[in-house]
Design a protein around this ligand. Structure first.
Ligand code: 3PG
Length: 403
């Protein structure tokens, strides 16, 4: 792939698609990871004398353009981080006259941030030709650094690349995108073995293709979280009131057969932390106990892996050279149900193996626990990292590729 090191941007207008879809609470950014992660690419393009035009989506924008989903807070934080002015074009039209004028006035080393691309509704999310062209018209070169959005074939990720090329412009990927592809891609396609994959989270249904793909690629597949109970039930165990996806029992059996046929280890919980019901609110004080996985009482619910399982999983991590982890082992938002997730995070923090954390909940858990510095790579993409682990070619990755 062409990267920002391979293109000449001096004096040129460079449109950079970032993933500035950051969490906000009362208008304040609560996690700036994605802004910080975009800085190396932006700084490189500025140092090379580019006119840097940034764009991104924020939120789902279900009810049309609104101040709550404006990129204004991002502009402010970004300007602090870069140590220079970011000219934010607040216009809801995104690419309209205000944007054109702001870009026309740019000098080398200037930064403009366009408004939330999803303010253009379906024109963005259905990869509209008109909007793609309007974005491309603002620039000479396009750089994709929005790994977290690269599973979406949206105008600012996909369509715009065709329009840039149609007028003879180049497309490239930024440093963040490159890093994500290198780590996630190598882990899956070219891992240093033994390769251990750890999957958690609530639902089997969300991870069907990930389980299937990783089973083929890894040496040991570890299952935790709510979805482990569907596997346990498929083995014929009584799981009480634990979360279960009855429609996926056959699928789980198929995966267990597949593991055996391929000679892969598939590890499931051998014990579990149970409670009478799911905590409500999620961090409520509750009474828990630990039982073996084959002794879950009919009126109890498994909500975390137990200590024996945590040890078993940590041992598997110790023997690995590459570890990929996606999804918590239990209801980690509750302190008494976080032990399994903490134990797994700790085992990753302590190993010399290459450790890769999928975005979303597992990234949040690792950050919260203060282990972020100990991991080789924490993905900035939730859905995107999952689709990557499914072995799919992501539309954004494909579009940015100047073959
Ligand atoms: C994410 O947060 O995973 C990305 O920014 C994509 O957001 P989306 O799911 O709203 O497309």
């Amino acid at each position: 792939k062409k990267s920002v090191d391979d293109i000449n941007v001096a004096g040129k207008r460079v449109l950079v698609r970032c993933d500035f879809n950051v969490p906000l609470k009362n208008g304040e950014i609560t996690d700036e990871t994605r802004i910080v992660a975009a800085l190396p690419t932006i700084n490189k393009l500025l140092a090379d004398g580019g006119k840097v035009i940034l764009c991104s989506h924020l939120g789902k924008v279900k009810n049309g353009p609104n101040e709550g989903e404006s990129l204004a807070p991002v502009a402010k934080r970004l300007s602090e981080k870069l140590g220079k002015d970011v000219n934010f074009v607040a216009d809801y039209n995104v690419t309209g006259e205000a944007a054109t004028a702001a870009v026309a006035a740019m000098k080398e080393g200037d930064v403009v941030l366009l408004q939330n691309t999803r303010f253009r509704g379906k024109e963005e999310t259905k990869n509209g030709e008109e909007f793609s062209k309007e974005l491309a018209d603002l620039a000479d070169v396009y750089v994709c650094d929005a790994f977290g959005s690269s599973h979406r074939a949206h105008a600012s990720v996909a369509g715009v690349t065709e329009c840039i090329r149609a007028k003879g412009g180049e497309c490239a990927v930024g440093y963040l995108m490159q890093k994500e592809i290198d780590f996630l891609g190598n882990a899956v396609e070219n891992p240093v073995r033994p390769f251990v994959a750890i999957l958690g989270g609530a639902k089997v249904a969300d991870k069907l293709n990930v389980i299937n793909n990783l089973l083929e690629k890894c040496d040991t597949l570890i299952i935790g979280g709510g979805m482990a109970f569907t596997f346990l039930k498929a083995q014929g165990l009584e799981i009480g009131k634990s979360l279960v996806d009855d429609e996926k029992l056959d699928y789980c059996k198929e995966m267990m057969d597949k593991a055996e046929k391929l000679g892969k280890k598939l590890l499931l919980p051998v014990d579990t932390t149970i409670a009478a019901s799911f905590p409500n609110p999620i961090d409520a004080e509750i009474e828990v106990s630990v039982v073996d996985a084959n002794k879950i009482p009919a009126d109890m619910e498994g909500l975390d892996i137990g200590p024996k399982t945590a040890e078993l999983y940590a041992d598997a991590v110790k023997s690995a050279k590459t570890v990929v982890w996606n999804g918590p082992m239990g209801v980690f938002e509750n302190p008494v149900l976080a032990k399994g997730t903490i134990a797994v995070a700790k085992s990753l923090a302590e190993t010399d193996a290459t450790t890769i954390i999928g975005g979303g909940d597992s990234a949040a858990a690792v950050n919260q626990l203060g282990f972020a510095d100990k991991m080789s790579h924490i993905s900035t993409g939730g859905g995107a990292s999952l689709e990557f682990l499914e072995g799919k070619e992501l539309p954004g990755v494909a579009a940015a590729d100047d073959k």
